[in-house]
Design a protein around this ligand. Structure first.
Ligand SMILES: Nc1nc2c(ncn2[C@@H]2O[C@H](COP(=O)(O)O[C@H]3[C@@H](O)[C@H](n4cnc5c(=O)[nH]c(N)nc54)O[C@@H]3COP(=O)(O)O)[C@@H](O)[C@H]2O)c(=O)[nH]1
Length: 903
């Protein structure tokens, strides 16, 4: 394994170095070195050639100059020799004359020829000049001291005879005995020896001149400037050694190629030279050109290299990334929870991708497919998973293979060969195919679905919740709008659900909701929705409804019938009805909010209409909402503005035939609307909380009236006052009752409070505690509307109650309904077992009265005896002596004034 790793690392380095982006700079460096090597070499060669040419030129120069000067010097020497010969023969005066006559003297324009005697006096000269003694001059002294037959070349000097500078060439003259007789002198302008200076060859800084053996320059021409007399440190002989090497000239410091040649017979050396700067000027220029060309070539090369390098580097980086990705994928795939497939594209003859072959797969892929790696390798995709041709996977793989890049998506799996319900697959384009990473996301999807379901469904019933109802309704409206259809929205509220919840507990309430939900769901079509809107409220969304009430009525009836069907809860049979309000798209609203609001308003109308029915929305219903608000507002002022009054309905003891009490019933005389029924305004007062103040007023008024009747000498009556739930919950109820009694002076035993069965069942323990407190004050308590709630026998036993009132709904059909008869009998029996008295309300007929009396009912109340009357009416009734009465004949309806009672 370690070996493998080392090899792969080695291979990686090799690949690294093979990468063009690394070798390219090296190659560029080599090229640059070559360019500069060649350029510098070329420059060096040119320089060397130029130097050699310069040396050669200087040699040519010196050769030419030497020949020229030698010629000039020989001519001068010839003249000196001739002068010497003729003078020694004929004397100095005659010699010059003769030579001049024979034209053997050089031109007087350039040369001055003169002869001196042994004392240094000039005897003759040509051209003629004044006698200037030269005995003090070096050249005279040299000749006088030494008998030599050689030419002496003196330093360049100025004669006293004229101001011009001359170079003096001299020879010794002897007399016949060989004694010193004087000297012959030829004077020459020093410029004469540099007239051969060629500017075209030697430039402005070239050199020509004659150097004496004494190291003093006799003449020196640099360009156009001629000078002399400079003393050189170097001896003339050594100059020859310097040939070929440019040296700084001692007279001006300029570096020159120099050459020197000794002039035989004369103590002189010819000197010639060329300035290095001038000789090498063209070479320098070419050097600069070469350097510039090499620089430009290098810059172009570097630029090209940089661009190519960048391109290669990016390519290499991309390749490395892909390689790394492949390696990472391959390495990670085994440890990964994802399935991993490498697919190679198979192309047809036209080059189009016909299929993919699996070349690699990991262990996870084995698990997901149930095939081993060996079985997977070699499979072709379309043969193995033919569905990929139709579900778009194949096309996507082709696209990624051809265009590169990546693609990922989640899909519900329909391929039986792959063991997962939901898949996430990701493909990455690689050379010649794709790498596919497939993950089983079934669990995550299930969780998501669960979360979605929880967010959109009611946990208790499993029905769509408020948000999903809204969404379904929105979709139904959208579809109906397109298809010119209608949508019905039904708002369903269970009647008396609170009683079940409070009476039998929340578990029973929950069970009831579940059963009702199931039943409603069974009534619907597939496309319908039933959802729980909250509490005991349900909503139906019924798409493609005809828009006619008649079309939907059978379904609503079915729902109503299903809801009212008894349910077994906590071992008891419980029955609830429902009130349904229906609104219709597009007639009653164009959006979910409006339709739901209007269905809700219709549902309230159904409740108001006695519950257990359905109502279709009508626009007045919203008006009644406004009316409701107006009534609530009016109620707040009703007590202060004395719009309330009480009526009293007598209660009869069937055994004695005596009116033993009255029920105080509230009336509201609205200043504009006239009389408003209690069942219209009591619920509003309850809802708004105004019932507490109103109830207190009723208590005071009822107590005051009862006491007033007693004070008027009438037989004392028990006065019953209805107590609503909010009043009952009022912490000051006992205090208010006590105040009413105390203010009126009524003894507590003449006051009875009627509480409904449902009120007690909300919280039995608390209700019983409160009732006990009231009982302790000496009051009587009775249960109103008995039979409509769900009091258990056990609970009833604990109630400090003296009287049960059979609800008028059971009395209404007593003559015909066996059920109602059974209920009435059961209530009477139950009450008696609990030592309670029973009163039936709403008794209107003699038959009802007869039945009740026959079945042991103790008391009755109803129109048969008397409708509710004003206080005066009760007084009149009592005064008229109808405190006892007899049962009227069946079939006759009594009037209040002439009620003949069934006692
Ligand atoms: N909390 C309070 N509730 C009150 C008060 N005053 C009345 N009410 C409640 O209002 C409801 C309606 O009352 P009302 O319209 O006055 O109806 C009462 C009777 O008029 C009616 N009744 C009496 N006899 C008959 C009959 O033979 N037939 C028939 N159809 N109706 C009849 O019954 C109502 C009395 O019912 P109940 O209270 O259940 O005894 C009503 O629920 C009142 O309780 C108040 O001051 N406070």
């Amino acid at each position: 394994m370690g070996q493998l790793r080392r090899e792969s690392r080695g291979m990686r380095w090799l690949r690294w170095w093979q990468d063009a982006f690394l070798s390219l700079p090296l190659f560029t460096l080599v090229l640059l070195a070559a360019i500069w090597g060649v350029t510098l070499h070329f420059i060096d060669a040119e320089r060397a050639a130029a130097r050699a040419a310069a040396v050669e030129s200087v040699q040519e120069l010196i050769a030419t100059y030497e020949a020229q000067v030698a010629r000039n010097l020989n001519g001068i020497d010839q003249t000196l020799k001739l002068l010497k010969y003729v003078t020694e023969k004929k004397g100095p005066e005659q010699a010059l004359k003769e030579l001049s006559q024979q034209g053997l003297l050089p031109s007087g324009l350039v040369f001055v020829v003169s002869l001196t005697d042994a004392r240094g006096n000039t005897i003759a000269s040509s051209p003629a000049a004044r006698n200037i003694p030269v005995s003090g001059q070096d050249y005279f002294k040299v000749h006088k001291a030494r008998n030599s037959d050689s030419v002496y070349v003196a330093q360049t000097m100025r004669d006293q005879s004229n101001q011009d500078w001359h170079l003096h060439f001299t020879r010794r003259l002897n007399d016949g005995g060989g004694n010193f007789a004087g000297i012959a002198i030829v004077e020459v302008d020093p410029a004469y020896f540099t007239s051969g200076y060629e500017r075209s060859r030697q430039g402005e800084l070239g050199v020509q001149g004659l150097l004496g053996q004494d190291g003093v320059l006799r003449v020196l021409r640099v360009g156009e400037k001629i000078s002399w007399g400079q003393s050189l440190a170097r001896a003339p002989q050594s100059l020859a050694h310097l040939q070929g090497q440019p040296q700084a000239s001692p007279w001006d410091g300029i570096r020159r190629y120099m050459a020197a040649r000794p002039l035989h017979g004369f103590a002189l050396t010819a000197v010639a030279g060329m300035a290095e700067s001038e000789v090498m000027a063209s070479v320098e220029q070419r050097r600069l050109n070469h350097l510039w060309e090499a620089g430009v070539a290098s810059a172009v090369l570097l630029l090209a290299m940089a661009m190519t390098w960048l391109w290669c580097w990016q390519g290499a980086r991309a390749r490395r990334r892909i390689r790394l990705a492949q390696e990472t994928y391959a390495a990670a795939s085994e440890a990964n929870m994802d399935s991993f497939f490498v697919l190679r594209a198979l192309r047809d003859e036209q080059g189009a991708i016909a299929d993919f072959r699996i070349t690699t797969a990991n262990s996870r892929a084995e698990k997901m497919t149930g095939l081993s790696k060996q079985e997977l390798q070699g499979q072709t995709l379309c043969a193995w998973l033919p569905e990929t041709r139709n579900n778009g996977i194949f096309d996507k793989l082709v696209r990624i293979t051809n265009l590169g890049g990546t693609h990922h998506e989640e899909m519900e799996n329909i391929m039986p060969q792959v063991d997962a319900r939901w898949l996430h697959w990701q493909v990455v384009g690689v050379e010649g195919g794709v790498v596919a990473i497939v993950r089983d996301i079934s669990e995550r999807k299930a969780t998501e679905e669960r979360i979605y379901h929880m967010a959109h469904h009611d946990t208790l019933t499993g029905l769509p919740n408020r948000s999903l109802i809204g969404e379904r309704l929105r979709q139904a409206i959208e579809r109906a709008r397109r298809e010119k259809q209608a949508v019905a929205v039904a708002f369903i509220d269970l009647d008396s659900f609170k009683l079940v919840n409070d009476g039998l507990g929340h578990n029973a309430g929950d069970e009831l909701l579940k059963q009702v939900a199931e039943r409603m769901a069974l009534c619907l079509r597939r496309e319908d929705t039933v959802g729980r809107f909250g509490g005991d409220e349900f909503v139906l969304v019924l798409p493609q409804a005809s828009g006619e009430a008649a079309g939907i009525a059978p379904l609503l009836e079915r729902i109503r019938a299903e809801v009212i069907r008894p349910v077994m809860l906590e071992g008891q049979e419980v029955q609830v009805s429902c009130s349904i309000g229906v609104s219709m798209y597009p007639r009653d609203g164009a959006d979910p909010g409006t339709l739901l609001m209007n269905a809700d308003a219709a549902m309230y109308r159904a409740k108001d209409g006695g519950k257990n029915n359905y109502q279709f929305y009508a626009c007045e219903m919203n008006a009644s909402l406004e009316e409701k608000l107006a009534l609530m507002d009016g109620l707040r002022k009703a007590v202060d503005e004395q719009q309330l009054r009480l009526e009293y309905q007598p209660k009869l003891d069937l055994e004695s035939g005596r009116i033993f009490g009255v029920e105080a019933l509230l009336r509201w005389q609205h200043p504009e609307r006239g009389a408003i029924r209690p069942d219209q305004f009591i619920p509003l007062a309850e809802e708004s909380g105004a019932i507490v103040a109103i109830g207190e007023w009723v208590l005071r008024e009822a107590c005051r009236q009862a006491r007033a009747w007693q004070d008027a000498g009438l037989p004392p009556l028990t006065i019953s006052v209805n107590v609503s739930p909010r009043q009952f919950d009022d912490l000051r109820l006992e205090a208010r009752v006590a105040e009413a009694l105390q203010q009126s002076g009524l003894a507590p035993r003449w006051l009875e409070l009627e509480v409904t069965e449902s009120l007690i069942m909300r919280d039995v323990q608390q209700a019983v505690a409160k009732m006990r407190e009231l009982e302790a004050m000496g009051l009587a308590l009775s249960i109103d509307d008995f039979g409509t709630g769900y009091s258990s026998l056990a609970a009833l036993k604990s109630f400090p109650i003296g009287r049960l009132k059979i609800d008028k709904s059971f009395v209404r059909d007593l003559a015909n309904s066996a059920d109602d008869q059974a209920i009435a009998r059961a209530i009477i029996s139950l009450a008696h077992q609990l030592q309670m008295r029973v009163i039936a309300e709403g008794v209107e007929t003699a038959q009802q009265c007869e039945f009740l009396r026959a079945n042991g009912c103790d008391e009755l109340q109803g129109y048969l005896l008397s409708p509710p009357l004003a206080a005066a009416g009760i007084a009149a009734l009592l005064q008229a002596g109808t405190a006892t009465a007899s049962i009227p004949q069946a079939g006759k309806t009594p009037t209040p004034a002439s009620a003949s009672l069934c006692v």
